[in-house]
Ligand binder design. Sequence first.
Ligand SMILES: [Zn+2]
Length: 84
Amino acid sequence: MKWPSWLAPKSRRRPAAAEPSLTACPTCGREMELIEKTTMTGSDRRTCRCEHCGEEHIINFGPALWQILSDAREAEEKEEKQNG
Ligand SMILES: [Zn+2]
């Protein structure tokens, strides 16, 4: 009997996967160097450079901190108006 590849005993013991890193190069997986950070657009975008590939990648870290705080303040103001 032939085992399907996903059921083969050797595939069960996979090495523990390294924590996925946002600053890892999408091409080679190596840690990239932070070049520039911008939160102008409301999201935390960072330009990273991979020395190995010699390429720069823009990574979106999600909403910028000031954007989150601004949203929270707006929500609070709305609640105050409703209560007042
Ligand atoms: Zn790379």
